[in-house]
Every structure is written in C-alpha cells, then in structure tokens.
Design a binder for this molecule. Structure first.
Ligand code: F6P
Length: 541
C-alpha cells in the first residue's frame, strides 16, 4: 500500500491484539498450547527457525501476515526480483538477488542482460582468483602472493571481512586476507605491519571510487609498495573493484585488473559480487559459488513460500511487532560461533543504513518507529558481559540466537557446551524463574527478589547443520530479506542512504581549518568552532 500503514484496519487490529497479549507470559502461552513448540518452527534451506519463544500466538501471526498483505509485500517481492526501480529516491532497480542467480538463468532489466553480466564478472573473478591461488599470478619480484589486503569501507569492507572471518577454516591456499577501512592511520599501519610488499596484493574496493577513507588508505598503500618495489610494481600488486572505471584508471589501476558491478547493487548488499574478491581468493571460487547457491536457496524460499511459512517474512514481521507495538528499542543478535564475531557489525550496516529512515518512499514523514537497532556479540562471551540486562533489566530486547550443530573442528566436547549455553539462555530468557521457585530453594526472603528471573523475553533461534559457505550465504540472505520486509511494512526506501552524505561533505570542508591551511573561521557552528580551536592548540597550530 502507499500511504500510512498505521492508519490501516490491520494496524488497528494488531494494536488491539497487543493490548490483550502484552500482559500474558510465555509460560502461560506454552501451558495453554502444548503444540506450539513443534508448530512454531520453520525450515528454509538448511536453516531451522524456532519462533515459539515469541510473544505471539497463531492469531498474532495471522494479523501480522494480514498487515504484510495490506502493505503489498507479495507484489513488492516480485517487483524487487524483476528489477523494478523500487529504490525510488535514486531511481534504481534493486537486484542483489541477481548476483547469485545460477548459471544459465535469464534476467534482462532496462535492456541489460543482468544474468549474463553477473556471470561474466564471476568468471573473471574466478579466473583471477585461481591464478593468484595457483601462484601463476606473481608479484613484481616473481614471488607468489601470500596476503591480500582489501581496502574499502562500509559495504566494501564489512561484508568480505565478516565472511572471511566466518569462513577462514575454508581458506585452503595459504593466502591470508586482511582488511583496512578506517581513515585512522592506526588501521593501515597495523594492517600492513609485518607484510612484505613483494608478496602482497592490494584490492581497492569502492563502489563509487570516490570515498575519502578508501582512496586515502589506497594512496598510503601505494606509497608503501612503490617505496619498496618501484612504480612499475603497481600493476602486479593493485587491483580494483568498482562501478567507476574512469576513477579506477585515474587512480592508476589498469582497468583490465578491475572487477565491476552495477548501480543496482547497494554497497551493503554487495559482498556476494565482486566486492567479495578478497574472500574468493582466500576460499577459492568453488566455495564462493557454494556460498552463492546458499544465498539463492533463501532467495527462492523468500520469493515463493507463502507469507505465513516464509522465514524472512515471519522474522521481519516480528521485528515490526516488537518495534512498533512493544516499543522495543533494540534487537540483539547472538551468534554462538566465534567465527561469526563480525556478523553483528555487518548486520548493523545492512539493517540500520537500510531502514534508518524517517520519511516514507512517497516523501511523507513516517508515523511510527522504523529501523531496528541491531547489536550483539558471540555467545558465550556476551553472557559474561551484557546478558544480565537481557535477563533482569527493565528493557525488552528481542534476541536472535544463531547456532550450528557441528563445529568445523571440536576439542574436548567444547562445541556441545557452547550449544548447551545457547539453549539454556533462550530458555532462561523465555521462562525465567519465579519467586516461588526461588523460595523453594531455601533462598532467604530478602535475597529472593534479586534472584527472580522474570522471563517473558522473546527470542528466535536459528539452527543450521554447520557453518559452511552455503549456510553463511543462507543466513545473510535471510537478514537481507528481513530488512526488505520491514522496509516494505514501513513504506520506506531501504536502498538509499542520504543521511550519511552531509557529514562526509562537512568533514572535507572542515579539514583545512584543522590542518592550519585555513584560519579557524567560517566554521559550521560555535560548538564546533570551540572544538577546532582546542584541537589546533593541542597540535600547536
Ligand atoms: O557510508 C555510506 C556508503 O556509501 C555506504 O553505503 C557504502 O557501503 C560505503 O559508503 C562505501 O562506499 P564505496 O563502496 O562507494 O566506497
């Protein structure tokens, strides 16, 4: 629907239902409906979802699905997959799902053979990755590549960095990947430390090839290389990933060594395309394609499953349920996998850059909260840090637990202990411990209130057989589509990011006043002027 979804009958029905359900405890919901534990589960690809521990009943799901229908979710899904320009503020198609179309698929959009172009780039990446991995591609001194350094930021960093960490057990060619993103000089200094320029390949990744952080870091890396090996070494040690061939050439990278993508891939949706080059070099094209097949399996599930048996749809609708009806402020993501330690950070860009919007696609202000705030840490570390607040704090924080049945490699039964912690935490959050149970343990009355675990804290648990390239692709696609579902309900454009532009421009305008090239006048506001003057004093300028 276009317009204000919060004025729909379906929204009102959910509001009424919330009043009836808000005072009910998960303990009661389970007692009344013993079948819910079995019934409120769903399988998509290799992902098994337990959503029984949500403050929701069958009626809630029906009402949420009715809301999705009212929002035109089915039509929006079809519009995205077919390449309609659903990114209205930039007048672009949104086709990250095309990046994982299987070979032989057919998709032409706006006169472009999208499927053909995607596979041409994948083939070019695969051929290059194989040359590097098989040591045919050698550096300027004839030595093979030992380290790939990806320079990028935002979507040009978080995706490949997260996925490399997740899949490092599959990095089988002895090639390490490192990632530089921050314009803080400590980042590139730390990343290049100990590397030999003669065995290092730099992948400069930037959709626009205009991003200050990336171009500055790339220049520093170039000086580092040229200082050691001379100007002519650049061709053997620098490649680029971008949509902007002209800027790549201007930087001095041969466009033969450029891997392209297109404006219909958003930065935060791009690591399964050329932005994943560093990952592909590390794990190999075959594993990379397994990851793409995982993405595609969830794309197909999302595209074809009925809304009430559709994993991203249910999870997205539950996100809306907590955000807008329970006023939940944040959403914790808790992977019980050390390898997924960058997953929450990756999701922060995916979800918050996409849905952190306060006007709808039609330009009118939204009338309800949008944009879930995602955060988290791997279990069990988080348990010893912030779970206290999850269990006994005053805020409602819905959580996603993510676990795997099989470790890549076990030691001393550690993996079962890790998984036991996952199941214990979601159970304790949901069911808690009553004052009666505490008293029955003989706890003194004045201590008992401190030990009461209120429970009724909702969570999803996603369980997969093992963290593999395929299951990682499935997980990422799941969250991409959750973001889409939420954005559709809220009626916002999830694919632009105008909010980050102003600060970037202001930083460029401010820089000369900091360096001393310009006097500290004409600053944007008095508070900033005070800070700039203090900064200059501290730097003796
Ligand atoms: O932070 C804004 C942003 O445009 C992100 O959307 C993007 O992923 C990042 O900057 C990097 O952009 P680019 O790939 O063009 O360097």
């Amino acid at each position: 629907m276009s317009g204000d979804i919060t004025r729909s009958q379906e929204w009102a029905a959910l509001g009424k239902h919330h009043e009836e359900l808000a005072g009910r405890h998960l303990r009661e919901l389970f007692a009344e409906d013993p079948g819910r534990a079995e019934r409120m589960t769903l399988t998509a690809g290799d992902l098994f979802l337990d959503y029984a521990k949500h403050r929701a009943t069958g009626e809630t799901i029906d009402l949420l699905v009715a809301l999705a229908e009212r929002a035109g979710l089915r039509e929006r899904i079809d519009a995205m997959f077919s390449g309609e320009h659903i990114n209205v503020s930039e007048d672009r198609a949104v086709l990250h799902t095309a990046l994982r179309l299987p070979p032989g698929a057919d998709l032409t959009v706006d006169g472009q053979d999208v499927a053909g172009d995607v596979h041409a780039v994948l083939d070019k990446m695969s051929a290059f990755a194989e040359r590097v991995r098989s040591q045919q591609w050698r550096g300027a001194t004839g030595q093979p590549i030992a380290t790939v350094v990806n320079i990028g930021i935002g979507g040009s960093d978080l995706g490949p960095a997260m996925a490399y960490e997740a899949l490092r057990d599959y990095a089988d060619a002895g090639i390490e990947a490192r990632f530089v993103s921050n314009i803080d000089p400590a980042d590139i200094t730390g990343t290049l430390a100990g590397l030999d320029p003669a065995t290092t390949l730099v992948v400069v990744s930037s959709k626009t090839f205009t991003t200050l952080e990336t171009l500055t870091n790339a220049k520093v890396a170039r000086q580092w290389l040229v200082g050691a090996l001379g100007e002519e070494a650049v061709a053997k040690h620098f490649v680029a990933v971008s949509t902007n061939a002209a800027k790549v050439a201007e930087f001095g990278i041969d466009t033969d060594n450029m891997f392209g993508f297109w404006d219909w891939v958003g930065g935060r949706y791009s690591y399964d395309g050329a932005i994943g080059l560093s990952l592909m070099i590390a794990i190999g094209p075959e594993r990379f394609r397994e990851m793409l097949a995982g993405f595609h399996a969830i794309d197909e599930h999302f595209r074809t499953a009925p809304l009430d048996a559709n994993m991203p749809v249910l999870m997205g609708l539950l996100g809306v349920w907590y955000t807008d009806f329970f006023d939940a402020e944040t959403h914790a993501v808790l992977p019980y996998s050390q390898r997924l330690h960058r997953f929450p950070a990756y999701l922060q860009q995916l979800t918050m850059e996409s849905n952190g919007k306060s006007v709808r696609a039609d330009g009118e202000p939204v009338t309800t909260d949008t944009g879930e705030i995602f955060w988290g840490e791997p279990g069990t570390n988080g348990q010893h840090a912030f779970y206290q607040l999850l269990h006994q704090g005053t805020r409602l924080v819905p959580a996603d637990f993510i676990g795997f049945a099989e470790p890549y490699e076990d030691r001393e039964g550690m993996h079962d202990l890790l998984s036991a912690n996952l199941f214990a935490q979601s159970s304790a959050l949901a069911f808690g411990k009553t004052a009666g149970e505490i008293a029955a343990e003989g706890t003194p009355a004045h201590i008992a209130p401190h030990k009461v675990m209120p429970g009724n804290r909702p969570s999803s648990t996603i369980l997969a057989p093992k963290l593999t390239p395929s299951t990682l692709g499935q997980l990422v696609a799941l969250y991409e589509h959750i973001v889409f579902v939420e954005g559709t309900i809220w009626g916002i454009d999830s694919f632009d990011q105008w909010g980050v532009e102003l600060g970037k421009k202001m930083a460029l305008d401010l820089a000369p006043a900091l360096t001393g090239e310009q006097p500290p006048s004409d600053l944007p506001d008095p508070s900033t002027a005070t800070l700039v003057r203090r900064y200059r004093e501290l730097r003796g300028r």
